[in-house]
Write a protein that binds this ligand. Sequence first.
Ligand SMILES: [Zn+2]
Length: 341
Amino acid sequence: MAEFAELELLLKEATDRIKQALHTEELEAAITGYLGRKGELTGQLRKIATLPKEQKKDFGQRVNQIKDTLTALAEARREQLAEAEKAARLQAEAVDVTLPGRLYRTGHTHIMFDTIFKVKEVFAGMGYEIVEGPEIEYYKYNFEVLNYPPEHPAMDEQMSFYINDERLLRTQTTAYQGRQIPLHTIPMKVCTVGKCYRRENVDATHGHTFHQVDCFCIDKGISMADLKGTLQEFATQMFGQSVDVRFRPDFFPFVEPGAEIAISCVLCGGKGCNVCKGSGWLELGGAGMIHENILKSMDIDPNVYSGFAFGLGIERTPMLQRGIKDLRLFTENDLRFLRQL
Ligand SMILES: [Zn+2]
């Protein structure tokens, strides 16, 4: 019978299309095409009216069987495709945790910062209070309070950066003493570390900007021995056990007696080399007993109390420790230099 043969052909065609559907959309289109209200199989049912009476029942049963078969097939394929599509979606959305991360360049502290930190650590360890002073300072604190005689060459405009008649960039951290002494009660041990500025002809060993540590200590019975012991302890902690400290008489308006501080050359051990210019000693700064004029001006009785003060350049320390020959490198921010440290 041609009608029955057509049904079987339809079954085979539909079975293939359902089994071969590659994704849900294609499957649903096939299902609608065969089993939908206007689908091909549904269309076959209308033929029943044209068939001879004895075939009507068989034909109708066969159509329903095929409908059931295809419905079951479609359901199975629908589940398969849904699972495959879910797996594909998960894979597409997956995060690959084996990919290497992005590296962030964090940089590091500047060598001067490290040195300043170490200096502060040493003096804080000896009981000094670490304070800050302004870099733009009054002439009064930078010079007058520190007992500078009117004709002192450091006060010359040619030697300093003046902001106006009253203010200049401090030429020494010692300027903080006039601010700090009135703020403290005896005994006092105070320390500051910071930038200073002088109008210098810049070369490998002279800069317009440099760093100093300045400390002072006021109490009963303070002597040069305390000063020397403090500086020896500082030198030992910074440069090692074998370093000696040397005092030689020198003049600074704010101390009496005054001394130039030198340490034995850390490179040649005192034998003499290029860095110490054959002398075996390296100058670090100035020191002495606080001048009685200053104590008096701060309402401290010099017959009862005494104190010492010293100021040291900082740049020399990393230069010696790291073999850096030119101090301009500290302020030029050249990454080729900074990355080496
Ligand atoms: Zn030397």
